[in-house]
Design a protein around this ligand. Structure first.
Ligand SMILES: Cc1ncc(COP(=O)(O)O)c(C=O)c1O
Length: 244
């Protein structure tokens, strides 16, 4: 039944109609592309949903690519704990980094696993497979005790579960579920300490401080805000996200 699915959300009428109109413009070659690109202003959704300002929000297309950016901020040898049935778009970007020590634990023991010697905890706020809701406050408190970085995949949460995104170092959210968007738009909210250490390894022109002055040649001139982690927008997905 649609109301009880974790796969995708039905499109709201405004988003659907804006998308059809953008597709018709594309089909007829009737407009330039800049307006489609500006739809990433939808990053402001994270303020409404999770309380973080737009300067802390980056955009991309998928959860795994955004977690892949976050992982660049983790030091060699960092000890990471993850629930054992975690969705792989959060788990695999960690596991592919052989320089990290990743340990999986039952979700029920996640809080106690965040102890002395743990550098990072990565987990879904709501598990995709079971709908189990993580004990967010307890995880944040345990991580604060030992100074661990918190990476929260909120894809199955934002849109229905109140979540204080500013409590975490990284909150990643694919918009095509409870934010009822087309597939292809995703958000990443980052803390200052994470932003300081992250390597924007997928940066292109769209991560530039002035996007339209960043098309060609050096020097590297990335945005100072979290926009430095932006990945060029999949236009039509973002139109549907912005106008939903
Ligand atoms: C918790 C969670 N994270 C991420 C995703 C999607 O990840 P990606 O955008 O990398 O395909 C899903 C999809 O089911 C999910 O349930």
């Amino acid at each position: 039944m649609y109301c009880n699915t974790a796969s995708y959300g039905l499109p709201p009428r405004p988003g659907w109609e804006a998308l059809q109109s953008a597709l018709a413009d594309w089909h007829g070659g009737r407009t330039s592309w800049e307006n489609w690109g500006r739809s990433t202003e939808a990053r402001a959704l994270l303020r409404a949903a999770g309380g973080v300002g737009v300067e802390r929000v980056a955009v991309g297309s998928t959860v795994s690519e955004l977690v892949g950016s976050v992982v660049t901020a983790l030091p060699d040898g960092a000890r990471v704990v993850v629930p054992e049935i975690e969705f792989t778009s959060t788990l695999f970007p960690l596991l592919v980094q052989e320089r990290l020590k990743v340990q999986t634990v039952p979700l029920a023991s996640l809080v106690e696993a965040v102890a002395e010697g743990v550098d990072v905890v990565a987990f879904s706020a709501v598990q995709m497979s079971t709908g189990e809701v993580a004990d967010l406050d307890a995880i944040v408190a345990a991580a604060a005790q030992v100074g661990a970085i918190t990476i929260c995949d909120a894809t199955q949460a934002i849109g229905w579960l109140p979540l204080a995104a500013e409590d975490f170092d990284a909150v990643v959210c694919g918009a095509y579920k409870w934010l009822t968007s087309p597939r292809g738009s995703a958000f990443l909210a980052v803390s200052d300490r994470l932003l300081e250490n992250v390597v924007p390894h997928s940066a292109g022109w769209y991560a530039g401080e002035d996007v339209h002055q960043s098309y060609f040649g050096p020097p590297l001139r990335l945005a100072t805000s979290a926009r430095r982690l932006d990945i060029s927008p999949a236009w039509f997905s973002w139109v549907g996200t912005h106008r939903r």
